[in-house]
Design a binder for this molecule. Structure first.
Ligand SMILES: [Mg+2]
Length: 299
């Protein structure tokens, strides 16, 4: 684990229950309205400039917005999302005649398959171990994105009701932040709004996948009906499912209404043991209807 990280996997594994309940909270697009600015102003322009895709900018932006914001891949780890964007770009009929080459990125695919944490520290270690030029270039892109985010995504407050909910969550449960964002950005954003005090660990991409965060922090420590994951993406739902936790969706585009529902009703139901089943399923169905799998341009 790199030395400049404040939190480690040992903090997750060493978490000792002090409350009856456990809640994992995603950050981007869930607590903070940071998804659009980070994706549209930082990630997507850097994909275009780094891989020389200026000739297909319109399609690249449309594809990247679909993957990272408006589809079932919303909230995916940046490296997984990048592979998906290029995969969909290759399938786009309108680009068949284009002279622009969409990159294959075989070394990235191997990195993803390696089960290493999909963050810059593990990627940097792989660059040093293998000397691979593609991975070195990928690391540069990822570092450039982080620098852009630090410069651009500032002073973005939590969604209305979110901070109040986090305080209530912390009063009744052991809470952690569960994210695929780099820790440095998470600590900056949660500190900026004085939310760090309400969570025991801030787990970013360097500490592994979201299901690993939940498993390390809560696995075997709480009854599964007392573990809840809150998030705005299918990956949050999947992490909850993989660890037998319950899931509360923050609906993309309707975040404030979701937090208000959590505040006025859903959290009380969770605490009362009355959340699982029909109630949770109805919320998950509404959430899933908002995030399609088939791109608009294929219809
Ligand atoms: Mg999110």
């Amino acid at each position: 684990m790199p030395e400049d990280l404040e939190y480690t996997q040992d903090d997750l594994a060493g978490l000792i229950p002090s409350k009856e309940f456990f809640v994992g909270i995603d950050s981007d697009g869930c607590v903070f309205d940071t998804m659009e600015i980070k994706q549209k102003e930082c990630f997507h322009p850097r994909i275009i400039s780094h891989w020389g895709l200026e000739g297909v900018e319109k399609e690249l932006r449309e594809t990247a917005e679909f993957v990272s914001l408006y589809s079932k891949w919303r909230g995916s780890n940046r490296f997984i999302a990048l592979v998906k964007v290029f995969e969909l770009m290759k399938e786009r009929a309108s680009l068949a005649e284009s002279s622009v080459t969409i990159p294959e990125l075989p070394a990235l695919k191997a990195f993803i398959a390696s089960n290493l944490p999909l963050g810059n520290p593990a990627l940097k270690a792989e660059v040093e171990r293998t000397g691979d030029a593609e991975l070195a270039s990928l690391l540069q892109w990822s570092e450039d994105v982080n620098a852009d985010i630090a410069e651009t995504a500032k002073n973005i407050p939590p969604f209305r009701f979110a901070a109040e909910c986090i305080k209530r969550i912390a009063a009744h449960s052991d809470a952690i932040c569960v994210s695929q964002t780099p820790e440095e950005a998470l600590v900056r954003e949660w500190s900026e709004h004085d939310l760090v005090r309400y969570v025991k660990v801030i787990a970013g991409q360097e500490l592994g996948r979201k299901s690993e965060h939940l498993d390390l922090a809560a696995g075997g420590k709480y009854p599964s009906e007392k573990v809840l994951m809150i998030g705005d993406a299918p990956g949050d739902r999947d992490a909850a499912r993989a660890t037998d936790a319950l899931f509360f969706p923050i609906n993309p585009g309707h975040e404030v209404a979701s937090w208000e529902l959590f505040h006025n009703e859903a959290f009380d139901r969770f605490l009362a043991g009355d959340y699982a089943g029909e109630y949770e399923q109805r919320l998950v169905d509404e959430f899933e209807a908002l995030l399609p799998e088939i791109p608009l341009w294929d219809k």
